[in-house]
Design a protein around this ligand. Structure first.
Ligand SMILES: *[C@@H]1O[C@H](CO)[C@@H](O)[C@H](O)[C@H]1NC(C)=O
Ligand SMILES: *[C@@H]1O[C@H](CO)[C@@H](O)[C@H](O)[C@H]1NC(C)=O
Ligand SMILES: *[C@@H]1O[C@H](CO)[C@@H](O)[C@H](O)[C@H]1NC(C)=O
Ligand SMILES: *[C@@H]1O[C@H](CO)[C@@H](O)[C@H](O)[C@H]1NC(C)=O
Ligand SMILES: *[C@@H]1O[C@H](CO)[C@@H](O)[C@H](O)[C@H]1NC(C)=O
Length: 719
């Protein structure tokens, strides 16, 4: 799953820093840019990235992309659907490498000191197929599906981890105008059953790993008649067990392709308005909702994002490892298809040489692929940063000093007070320090796409500097097929999500009740509303909810009300500052923004995760805190607090008091109001993971679930 890269992945980066006798080089490095910076002060600030625009619909302040007055809907003429885009791109780039997968060479089990067994994998080089080959495979799969008896009027679902066959199956379905239902593989059983049943899926495409899981719930999956599984090197035994599912026809992906090759079927291509995907997202509350994404939505976002990444083209290599069932990854791969890039598949657990599942001494995905582009979610980047910093801290001495000098110098360069971001100095620091950090991801990254949740300014800077590459922070939701706003590569600021993408407008609408209005000074604020070609068709089978948050204005422009609160900077860039539903009112009428308070308190070293809770009948808030195992244990040892295990430690008055003091400290430093500091806290020993259902796949808190699970604890905090 995403978000689970262990810190140790990045530890080995800074192993040997012993010998740097390069004082001379440092002096040169400081002097030359100093001289140059006097000449080139203050460049490319104040560029107008977003431009106000008149819009119809609800009153508000609208902004469009600064570079194009006309909304973009297709990457090029004729590519009006995902099926057309795929076919045309495959023709155009027919001989270029398209999808690559690593071959499994070996598998070991390592036993840890506590007796637990860990699987370690050894993978070889990437094996590539060209655009033309992938096109043929998608056509074969489409024909095979029909031949197998799939009724093209019904839907197919893909329930699998990210891999090349996912993308091929996806494109294959579109050749027959079959709507694809996608489901997060981390969603629970109930959500899976609900999604498949609600959309009446008749063919389920999954990895072989899922077969057992499906067999166990077969009696609840009444609409399914075909199951197609992606083979793994070791699935021979699993496929046997699946044969016992006598109500289902179970076939391997390869068999379906073979069947189609022998029995070609005419394509039945969709049009722009047809629904390409029904994407089930883990709602923060209740059952998941299926967002209906049209072919037009996908090509619009792909066309728009393509314009944001400089010089995107067939020389680029993209490392795909986030879940394809997540809109962000699906949109990114659509962009790569559009631009003729190569896509190499990997996974979060095999990303680097030191990743959990990589056999010692063998290479991780990034070292072998040497990608130029990759996507990341903030949780992953935060971990990268923490890991590197911790390693440097442990190291201490000269290595740490050198890193700190280098870091400060590069930071100054990027923030514009020094030139030298791309000069001789860069080269020196690169050789001395950053090359090692960079090599963790293959050494060639030139652009990172980040989305899914807000990225902290510190982390954005850190990655900018250590990777020497810009981060494009995207803002978009499943409901806008990921396309809403995107930071431009030459924008050195942090904490903002950029101007609207060229496929949409962004409007701020005043929310008087919450105290955010478009007449606020110094910047207009309000609820973020997205309008344009990336705005999806609404929720499947849920008109009530659709009508609540989607509106069509008098000119036919479709708008989605995000529930996020944003503000426009003078250059037209959007910054997300709050979330509507996370703002609650205390008994004495003060508003408290749970998200803001949580983000602040997270900066305490003791906090791994935190949920702030407000009972509207009280005048203060309380919090559930998942403490950092390591930090709290370390403190306990030093403070001499005896305990049997971590769970007992969490119940100790001393521990609670220590964490609470730390929270008060960071809260005061960040100037939170008194009522925003939790009056009481409870330490929760077990981490909140997507598997436990307490956070979403993007690691956002699921408040309702957390409240339900910790009902008693929360009640006690208010006693
Ligand atoms: C499946 O959907 C039908 C309606 O289409 C509903 O009556 C039934 O309760 C659902 N079953 C499950 C297991 O969700
Ligand atoms: C299997 O199929 C039969 C006939 O099509 C049907 O009556 C039965 O309910 C199905 N069983 C399950 C578990 O879906
Ligand atoms: C699969 O089942 C067949 C017979 O049904 C058996 O001969 C074969 O050994 C099984 N394969 C595995 C890997 O269990
Ligand atoms: C469902 O699974 C059970 C065992 O898990 C098996 O006995 C049964 O035959 C299966 N039913 C169908 C319809 O596949
Ligand atoms: C594609 O399929 C949908 C749903 O089955 C249908 O409404 C639509 O008319 C189809 N499009 C074309 C061009 O046949």
């Amino acid at each position: 799953m995403m978000g689970k890269i262990s810190e140790s992945d990045y530890f080995s980066v800074f192993k040997d820093h012993g010998s740097y006798g390069i004082v001379g080089a440092i002096i040169v490095a400081i002097l030359i840019p100093l001289l140059l910076s006097m000449i080139f002060m203050g460049k490319k600030k104040n560029k107008q990235r977003g431009v106000p625009v008149e819009d119809t619909g609800e009153a508000g302040l609208s902004m469009r992309n600064g570079r194009s007055a006309k909304l973009v809907d297709v990457p090029w003429e004729g590519a009006t659907t995902m099926a057309a885009l795929f076919e045309q791109s495959c023709k155009k780039n027919s001989r270029d490498q398209f999808l690559g997968t690593r071959k499994l060479i070996g598998r070991d089990f390592v036993t840890a000191s506590d007796g637990r067994k860990f699987e370690k994998l050894h993978f070889g080089e990437y094996q590539w197929e060209t655009y033309a080959q992938i096109f043929d495979r998608a056509c074969d799969f489409a024909s095979g599906l029909v031949k197998l008896g799939h009724d093209v009027g019904t839907r197919a679902a893909i329930f699998s981890e990210t891999r090349a066959e996912w993308f091929i199956a996806f494109q294959g379905c579109f050749r027959q105008n079959i709507t694809v239902v996608t489901i997060y593989s981390s969603l629970g059983e109930d959500a899976l059953i609900h999604s498949l049943n609600e959309t009446q899926v008749s063919t389920l495409i999954c990895d072989s790993k899922q077969l057992k899981k499906l067999a166990a719930i077969n009696s609840s999956l009444k609409t399914i008649t075909n199951v197609i599984y992606f083979e793994d090197d070791e699935t021979a035994s699993d496929s046997n067990s699946s044969r016992s599912m006598d109500n289902w026809t179970v076939s391997s992906f390869t068999d379906v392709e073979k069947l189609g090759k022998k029995n070609p079927v005419h394509p039945r291509l969709p049009i722009k308005k047809d629904i390409a995907v029904i994407m089930y997202t883990s709602g923060s509350t209740g059952l998941p909702k299926g967002v209906m994404i049209t072919h037009g939505n996908i090509v619009a976002t792909a066309a728009a994002v393509q314009t944001v990444i400089p010089n995107l083209g067939s020389n680029d290599v993209y490392l795909a490892y986030l879940p394809l069932a997540h809109v962000f990854e699906l949109a990114a791969e659509s962009v790569m298809l559009c631009a003729g890039c190569a896509i190499g598949y990997g996974s979060a657990l095999t990303l680097t040489d030191t990743s959990n599942k990589i056999k010692k001494g063998t290479k991780g995905d990034a070292s072998v692929l040497k990608p130029t582009l990759m996507t990341a979610v903030p949780a992953i980047l935060d971990r990268v940063r923490d890991g590197v910093l911790k390693k440097i801290e442990e190291k201490g001495g000269f290595g740490k000093k050198l890193f700190n000098i280098a870091y400060k110098r590069r930071l100054a360069a990027i923030e514009g007070s020094w030139l030298g971001a791309w000069g001789l100095e860069t080269l020196l620091w690169d050789v001395l320090i950053f090359k090692k950090v960079r090599s963790v991801l293959g050494g060639k990254i030139r652009f990172m796409l980040c989305g899914g949740a807000p990225l902290s300014g510190d982390t954005q800077r850190f990655i900018n500097i250590c990777m020497g590459a810009p981060i494009g922070q995207g803002y978009g939701l499943t409901e806008t097929f990921a396309g809403a706003a995107f930071t431009e590569w030459d924008d050195p600021s942090v904490g903002r999500v950029g101007p609207p993408l060229p496929c949409c407008h962004i409007k701020l609408v005043s929310w008087e009740e919450g105290g955010y209005t478009t007449s606020d000074k110094p910047m207009p604020r309000g609820e973020v509303v997205v309008g344009g070609f990336s705005v999806t068709a609404g929720y499947f089978n849920n008109d009530a909810k659709t009508n609540e948050v989607f509106k069509v204005d008098e000119k036919g422009m479709r708008w989605f009300y995000t529930g996020d609160i944003g503000r426009f900077h003078p250059d037209g860039c959007l910054e997300i500052i709050d979330r509507k539903k996370d703002i609650v009112k205390l008994q004495h009428g003060e508003y408290i923004s749970l998200g803001k308070v949580e983000a602040t308190l997270m900066s305490s070293n003791y906090v791994d995760n935190i949920m702030v809770h407000v009972d509207p009948f009280h005048n203060n808030c309380v919090a559930l805190v998942v403490p950092s195992h390591q930090v709290l244990e370390k403190w306990a040892q030093e403070a001499g607090v005896k305990h049997k295990d971590f769970s007992e430690l969490c119940d100790k008055v001393e521990a609670v008091s220590e964490v609470q003091q730390s929270l008060s400290k960071v809260a005061k430093a960040a100037k939170l109001d008194k009522f925003e500091i939790p009056a009481k806290i409870k330490l929760i020993p077990d981490p909140w993971t997507p598997e436990s259902g307490l956070v979403t796949a993007a690691l956002k808190l699921k408040r309702e679930q957390l409240k339900a699970k910790f009902k008693d604890e929360l009640q006690k905090l208010y006693e």
